[in-house]
Design a protein around this ligand. Structure first.
Ligand code: MN
Length: 129
């Protein structure tokens, strides 16, 4: 999306935990020329993502109604979301979970609690690709 000559990149964040969402937004807001859209419920998120067509998606795994893994699989199954970065951010790490997450089609996995500098760097790098 172009706005006053700048290329604005759209980031869609799906997170049901208020504290985590506030932290993600605070960190992302330090990146220039981005628009942040958020949603708490999995089902709603899938519909809104299809409408908004973001440049990058950050997905919590454990969400009401529909998990981040289900959302990612659904998006990757559709032609228009084949190549955009979809990043999993979750504390949900048991044996085999990381493999399950990557198999769902995520681009990268970041564990919670996030390290602010690393989180910002990873997102910035994906946005500049
Ligand atoms: Mn959650």
């Amino acid at each position: 999306m172009h706005w006053r000559g700048f290329l604005i990149k759209k980031i869609f964040v799906v997170e049901d935990d208020r504290k985590s969402l506030d932290l993600f937004k605070a960190v992302l807001n330090t990146i220039k020329n981005i628009e942040i859209i958020t949603e708490k419920r999995g089902n709603q998120a899938l519909h809104k993502i299809k409408e908004e067509k973001p440049d990058l998606i950050i997905l919590d795994i454990q969400l009401p109604e529909m998990s981040g893994i289900e959302i990612c699989k659904a998006l990757r199954g559709e032609g228009m979301f084949m190549s955009i970065p979809i990043i999993a951010v979750t504390a949900y790490v048991m044996e085999g979970d990381e493999e399950r997450i990557m198999e769902a089609g995520f681009t990268k996995y970041i564990s919670k609690p996030i390290r602010v500098k690393e989180f910002r760097k990873v997102i910035s790098e994906f946005l500049s690709q």
